[in-house]
Write a protein that binds this ligand. Structure first.
Ligand code: FES
Length: 258
């Protein structure tokens, strides 16, 4: 099992309830593929379940990685109070990650994200740009206050933002921007991460695309394929399931029932 007491380098608030934590440790060397996640133990005895948090950035030169998470309960609240120098028990990297081997220089790649599903798309974007691809990020947030990492994404390429209440960018959901932007081009590949409703839209729209991928969210316990807490039904079957933590979290469109 890949597990380590990693050291917190920095912890900062990015938006209300949204934190970025930078970690260092030997595990960073094993973080190669974008879209994988870390399973963090909350340092409080009564909180037994680890928290799965996707990797936002990998920096092999500094031997650091970053995660971005939203405080949603006691566990993430405790994590948000940790400070630089504190140690945290981390398992990972876990999950399959985004398939990017086929991406070639000059390809146009569409990346669609929503809210707290956006963090793994940053490392994905960085690696795609390093391969010479042209990326178009389309992101959805509830409102202006909840937006984070906008500048970082803009530095990498084209970027569009939609907010549900219209307080920033395009009013409405990401599909509104998709409708407009897809009039001009057909993406060579599509990657998406966000809430189920958004993934369903992307899944339906690109169901026949040979290189369209979704990163699924699921409640997890073990994070390593042993407990089946995270199973998701496969498409076109009443009995087949997949473990999001082990066979996922990344699936091709059309693979699971959303
Ligand atoms: Fe245990 Fe996925 S969380 S099998």
């Amino acid at each position: 099992m890949k597990q380590e007491m990693m050291t917190i380098v920095t912890q900062r608030l990015l938006a209300p309830q949204i934190y970025e934590m930078t970690l260092t440790g030997e595990l960073v060397k094993q973080m190669i593929v974008p879209g994988q996640f870390l399973h963090l133990k909350v340092p409080r005895a009564d909180l037994l379940l680890r928290r799965p948090i996707s990797i936002n950035k990998i920096d092999h030169e500094k031997n650091e990685c970053a995660i971005i998470y939203r405080v949603e309960g006691d566990g993430t609240d405790v994590l948000s109070q940790l400070q630089s120098g504190d140690k945290v028990d981390v398992m990972g990297p876990l999950g399959n990650g985004f398939p990017i081997e086929e991406v070639k220089e000059g390809e146009k790649i569409l990346i669609i994200g929503g809210g707290i599903g956006i963090p793994p798309l940053y490392e994905l974007s960085r690696q795609l740009v390093a391969k010479g691809a042209e990326i178009i990020n389309i992101q959805g947030f509830r409102n202006r206050e909840t937006i984070f990492f906008e500048e970082e994404f803009r530095e990498l390429g084209e970027m569009h933002i939609a907010t549900s209440d219209g307080s920033y960018g395009t009013e409405g959901y990401v599909c509104k921007i998709l409708d407009t932007r897809l009039k001009d081009f057909t993406p060579d590949a599509i990657y998406a991460c966000g809430a189920n409703g958004m993934l369903k839209v992307v899944n339906d729209r690109f169901i026949d695309h040979p290189r369209a991928y979704l990163s699924l969210e699921a409640r997890m316990a073990c994070g390593m394929g042993a407990c089946y807490a995270c199973v998701c039904p496969k498409a076109n079957s009443e009995t087949d399931t997949m473990r999001v933590c082990k066979e996922g979290p990344i699936v091709a469109t059309g693979e699971v029932a959303l």
